[in-house]
Design a protein around this ligand. Structure first.
Ligand code: PMP
Length: 399
């Protein structure tokens, strides 16, 4: 039987089949329980070290109750975009609270973090303008810049000399926007914001920081990267998601009121997409309240991060330049990375494999991330198992 056109078109894509045939496929793993420090997979208890729930709030009964109350009051969905029939009073309340948290005049919600980058980045710069991106920026930043009509230039990862050199060659009359992750999602390092702010000033470029992994992790009350460096006034746009520390789904961008007003009427990912569901808004509001009023969650996250980092370094793991609860454990070989992920899961530890094309094969890694609610015993157990599995895989940094 001849293959259909679509099957023919994608026939070169055989990595999934190859991994499945070797028993190494590690994506779309179905979890049968809540996103907690331990989850159930295939009916078995597995320690979760691959979660973005940094503050461990997805299981907080107060947040679950807030979501249930919102479901009862507002129903299951808003049946339209914010722009038309889909704005609730709690959307506006959440926008006010986020603006206050990050120290900006105004903000606008989006239904996912991905859309919070896609819409704004694609509509801010024009045909003769430039968007400058860190080569390790998140996919949603890259896709936003692809959708814009402006020219896109990448600079080396967190390489401020390269950024300066690239900006120095651009026409002075063009508008420029630099977009960077605050904490980089795979490597765990923090952007060199103090230097970046100086460069942006020098070349009159606007600056947008993606705080997906920084909210609830760094800054005053978990306000993110600009707050962490005391540079809130120097960052034009602060973007964040609710799918990580804030235990929900959705995202926002905050900035000057006129810019936010422009985004509300030009960013297509908000205008032409249904608004955040009532339960997502209410759970974000409650998580935000808890994050601000109970600093112990962020303190515990850092206690766990420092404990795990020291233990992993003492055990001989290669952690790169991380400065956050994202601990990249470099394996530097795609196949071994899949093998280690599989062996660890069989041994009761969930971690995420990060391989090419997400990173070059020689930089492939296991992404080990901490939550405020992990116990030292859970960390000890995971590290002990990792030492064993890495030795079996003959990974050089441990031999
Ligand atoms: N930005 C960064 C840096 C991210 O890591 C992610 C999610 N992995 C997003 C944006 C998109 O956020 P969400 O998953 O909430 O849509």
């Amino acid at each position: 039987m001849s293959k259909g056109k679509l099957s023919e078109r994608i026939s070169h894509f055989n990595i999934v089949e190859e991994l499945k045939s070797k028993g190494l496929y590690a994506y779309f793993r179905p979890i049968q329980s809540k996103q907690d420090t331990e989850v159930m997979i295939d009916g078995k208890r597995v320690l979760m070290f691959g979660s973005n729930s940094y503050l461990g709030l997805t299981i907080d009964p107060r947040i679950i109750e807030a979501a249930q109350d919102a479901l009862s009051k507002y129903g299951t969905g808003c049946a339209g975009s914010r722009f038309l029939n889909g704005t609730l009073d709690i959307h506006i309340e959440l926008e006010h609270k986020l603006s206050q948290l990050v120290g900006k005049e105004a903000s606008i919600l989006f239904s996912t973090g991905f859309q919070s980058n896609l819409g704004p980045i694609s509509c801010l710069m024009g045909r003769n303008d430039y968007i400058l991106l860190d080569e390790r920026d998140h996919a949603s930043i890259i896709d936003g810049s692809r959708l814009s009509f402006s020219k896109v230039i990448k600079y080396g990862h967190n390489d401020m000399d390269d950024l300066r050199a690239k900006l120095s060659r651009l026409p002075s009359e063009s508008a420029k926007l630099i977009v960077t992750d605050g904490i980089f999602s795979m490597e765990g390092d923090i952007v060199n914001l103090p230097e970046m702010v100086k460069i942006a000033d020098e070349y009159d470029a606007a600056l947008m920081v993606d705080d997906a992994h920084s909210l609830g992790v760094i800054g005053e009350h978990g306000a993110g990267t600009a707050s962490h460096f005391g540079l809130t006034d120097k960052v034009d746009l602060i973007m964040g998601t609710f799918s990580k520390s804030l235990a929900s789904l959705g995202g926002f961008v905050a900035g000057d009121a006129d810019v936010i007003d422009y985004l509300k009427h030009n960013a297509r990912s908000v205008m032409f997409s249904a608004s955040m569901t009532p339960a997502s808004v209410a759970s974000t509001l409650k998580a935000l309240e808890i994050m601000i009023s109970e600093p112990e969650h962020m303190e515990n996250l850092w206690k766990n991060t420092n404990y795990a980092k020291q233990l992993l370094l003492e055990s001989g793991f290669d952690l790169g330049a991380t400065e956050s609860p994202i601990l990249p454990i470099f394996i530097r070989n795609n196949e071994k990375t899949f093998w280690v992920t599989k062996m660890l899961q069989d041994d009761g530890v969930f971690v995420n494999p990060v391989v090419s094309p997400a990173v070059p094969s020689e930089e492939s890694l296991i992404r080990f991330s901490l939550m405020a609610t992990h116990t030292f015993d859970q960390i000890d157990e995971a590290v002990e198992k990792m030492v064993r599995v890495f030795k079996q895989a003959e990974i050089e940094s441990l031999i």
